[in-house]
Design a binder for this molecule. Structure first.
Ligand code: THU
Length: 160
């Protein structure tokens, strides 16, 4: 038996203001998207802003449903819209802000596993990394230089 270890590197910014200007602006758009989320059941709102290489910024937020599993996360709302609308464009950066309507969320909230798998598909398709930045309402911002870094051992089309 051999032991394997996998390393993921994350970079932590102390607050929103510590981000480079372009990412700061992208995160502000994620804030605006978050505030428009439809989350009557969980009271937990998520906003995502996705920058494409054609300059477009695609916004998404979580859309819940009385039939709970029919709802969709913010990240997938944004990434599928981008895939549908701009299939030729490369996805460069995604900023995510998430938080509860019941309290101030100060910890960075990473994308869920299903969203990581969905974003991974496009990273593989375009053969270049998508930078991911995530945070709560306020507080630290975490950066991952790629999606793969957040989802080691991802399932991908090579297996099919
Ligand atoms: N949610 C997202 O939008 N993104 C994630 O990565 C995690 C969870 C949403 C789904 C649901 O509407 C609410 O947050 C609570 O799970």
């Amino acid at each position: 038996m051999k032991e394997l270890s996998i390393e993921s590197k994350l970079y932590v910014f102390d607050n929103l203001e510590a981000l480079p200007e372009q990412v700061y602006n992208l995160m502000l758009q994620a804030f605006e998207a978050r505030k428009k989320a439809y989350a009557p059941y969980s009271q937990f709102q998520v906003g995502a802003a996705l920058l494409l290489d054609n300059g477009e910024i695609i916004l998404g937020n979580n859309q819940e449903n009385a039939s709970y599993p029919s709802g969709l996360c913010a990240e997938r709302t944004a990434i599928y819209y981008a895939g549908a609308q701009f299939p030729e464009a490369k996805m460069l950066q995604m900023a995510i802000s998430a938080g509860s309507l019941k309290k101030e969320t100060t910890e960075p909230i990473p994308p869920c596993g299903a969203c990581r798998q969905a974003i991974a598909e496009y990273e593989i398709k375009q053969e270049s990394p998508i930078e991911i930045y995530f945070m709560g309402h306020s507080g630290k911002v975490v950066k991952s230089h790629s999606l793969e870094n957040l989802l080691p051992l991802m399932f991908n089309k090579e297996a099919l």
